[in-house]
Design a protein around this ligand. Sequence first.
Ligand code: SF4
Length: 477
Amino acid sequence: MTSGASRSYIVRTYGCQMNEHDSERIAGLLEADGMVRAETEADADVVVLNTCCIRENADNKLYGNLGHLRPWKDAKEGRQIVVSGCLAQKDRELVAKKAKHVDVVMGTHNVHRAAELLHEAAAGDGPLTEILDEAVIDDHAMFPSALPARRETSYNAWVTIQIGCDNNCAFCIVPAVRGVEISRPYVDILAEAERLAADGVTEVTLLGQNVNSYGRDIQLAARQAGDTEAKLRPLFGDLLRDVGAIEGIRRVRYTSPHPKDMRPETFTAMADTAAVCEHLHYPLQSGSDRVLASMHRGYTAERYLDKLAEARRVVDDLAVSTDIIVGFPGETDDDFEHTLEVAAAAEYDYAYMFIFSPRPGTEAAEMHADFVDPAVAGDRFQRLRIVVERSALLKHQARVGRVEEVLIEGPSKKNRDVISGRTRQNKLVHFTPPHPMRTGSYASVEVTRAAPHHLEGRFVELLAEPTHKLRIPVNAL
Ligand code: SF4
């Protein structure tokens, strides 16, 4: 098999935005190799399972899915199965050992080799496992955005600014499967954002595990190379300003910042740059200083709230969301009360809340003796949910009567006559349009009703039509 011509593929993605972005790269690489996208597995010659090990029982689910793919593979000669992503990085040779019908297992740093690995597996006589432990620093292709991509939407795009993470949060597997933090060169990020804007993309989301430490490694490397004049590293705030200044980019978002690295300059850049949306995802994880220390988060609840107050003072009309883990090992009733207090004080617009469950390979997974009774954790979760939904509803009610700019995402999943979109604060809005509207358009909508998880509105006027061209693959370099 020398080219992917006339063959088709399907990618199934599990997990976070970084994984979704990796899936876009895998799809782009396969299309650049001549393959076409299949709508269903039945039509596909290649199935890629891009895995995540953050969720509970991820490994059982993967091996269950692989079991279901056995008859699919046997039904047609030449079919291939690829397992990629964090679980592949973690389980390595185990994947092919447990599921002998898998053709390629590739790690998080091997995505750029997707097409070649499929050819090599077809030419060889057995499954192929390729896992790099670290990204190759001077190889720009290691950055997800620096590869062909098949984006799922044409009007918005992720731009990777950094890969890996230098922190060691006790509950998190990311440093083990994504490696150390490496910042993408500043000029490459801007060049990609400019190309996206030229393609008609109007909203970009800057993506990294810890965006506020962007550039730390660049400056360190410059100093080690003897550049004593190396100016203060390019700061994340500089990136916000420069990406926001690109003509055609109407909205800039980012995820995720780490509270310990949040800098005043970031808030100032958000306030000064019209394109940067008024939304901050600001992960709390716990409101108890004792639990935060045990998680190795590097901040206290007071410090967290102080920075949040500063963000709200500097950035007008800021919406704030968060992540919270309930029932982290050793969490007492008193610890949890602190989480409730901080959540109430923070007045979140929404929150992703999780009951702790151990992820194999993490420090927290070894804290068996301190695991919280599931019934107690479940009860705490419900109490926290009430606090968050109360503030979310109040925040949403405060929008009623306001006219908001909405980026149209398409028909609502529940009612095709209704259109859904997002405000600059990242709130979901449903409204009935007076005439068909294209995905990627901007409209102003008056908010008429608030619910805890969405808004409803009345169309006011069309602000801008989309300018994006037909869909990809986009060659980013
Ligand atoms: S900052 Fe913590 S939670 Fe975020 S990716 Fe790094 S280790 Fe994981």
